[in-house]
Ligand binder design. Structure first.
Ligand SMILES: Cc1ncc(C[n+]2csc(CCOP(=O)(O)OP(=O)(O)O)c2C)c(N)n1
Ligand code: SF4
Length: 256
């Protein structure tokens, strides 16, 4: 009988350290399935974040680099420029990308660097105990916002929509937002990431997929209620879909 489903070769066959219901493992699976399907395992390099996915180099069975917190766009820039025929993936959490590495991501996007970012938005700092992140929703409780994020009373500021922010930059070519809370959304996530990776191989410029992900541990929820919380709270504020797609213009030579 023909085997239709198996373990990706690019993903080590071991249990991860991620909590039950965490989205990181699902996103790792999608990336490794795509690397296998595209036949690029021997020329893929991923730059991992600091945050829970700092463990990723234990799971990806291809080359990985572990830059300092927020600096993976700088590392990805260097790697892609030196090895332009490689698939370079920049994996970042929301604390990593939208707080500590803000300057790195904005300038890499603005320079139209030709790697692909996977931006994992779980609306909180996971690894360090659930502090408020730039992406934390208004009213959402966090270790540093025990009564909920309140931009007026506590001066905590507003959630940053990173994808919409980067979409304004001329250097960005493809930006999409998806989620891994349901099988349908997970399949869509894979479609978007495939499109971004194929665009990278075509050399068009900065590509990114934001993935809404769950952190049941720091949200104080069991895994299934965490998926429901994501659906009811995150998706209305961070709408899913392709936010910017200039790929057809790029392929016709309309963009440099
Ligand atoms: C410059 C610097 N500041 C702070 C830290 C501590 N730190 C490590 S992980 C982390 C939070 C990561 O959150 P996020 O990027 O959202 O990833 P998650 O754990 O949620 O996947 C912080 C603040 C650090 N390692 N380096
Ligand atoms: S703390 Fe949150 S982000 Fe980190 S592994 Fe656990 S569920 Fe995932």
């Amino acid at each position: 009988m023909k085997q239709l489903y198996g373990h990706p070769k690019s993903l080590y066959n071991i249990s991860t350290k991620y909590c039950a219901g965490c989205g990181h493992g699902v996103i790792h699976r999608i990336i490794t399935e795509l690397v296998d399907e595209m036949g690029l395992r021997d020329r893929t390099i991923i730059t991992n974040p600091v945050g829970c996915a700092i463990w990723a180099d234990l799971y990806f069975d291809f080359d990985t680099v572990q830059p300092a917190h927020g600096r993976t766009p700088a590392a990805a820039t260097a790697i892609k420029r030196v090895l332009p025929d490689h698939l370079v993936i920049c994996y970042q959490g929301d604390g990593d990308m939208a707080a500590i590495g803000t300057a790195e991501m904005i300038h890499a996007a603005n320079r139209a660097e030709k790697f692909t970012t996977i931006f994992v938005n779980n609306a909180i700092y996971g690894m360090t105990g659930g502090q408020m992140a730039p992406t934390t929703l208004i009213g959402q409780k966090a270790a540093t916002a025990p009564l909920g994020r309140d931009p007026d009373a506590a001066g905590m500021g507003y959630p940053i929509k990173v994808s919409e922010l980067l979409a304004q930059l001329e250097g960005t070519r493809y930006i999409a937002r998806s989620a891994v809370n349901t099988p349908a959304n997970t399949r869509k996530t894979k479609q978007y990431i495939r499109k971004a990776l194929e665009a990278q191989l075509a050399g068009v410029g900065f590509t990114m997929v934001e993935v809404l992900s769950s952190c049941p541990t720091n949200w104080g929820l069991d895994p299934i209620p965490a998926m429901e919380w994501l659906e009811e709270n995150m998706i209305p504020f961070y709408p899913l879909g392709e936010i910017k797609d200039t790929l057809s213009a790029a392929s016709k030579g309309g963009l440099k």
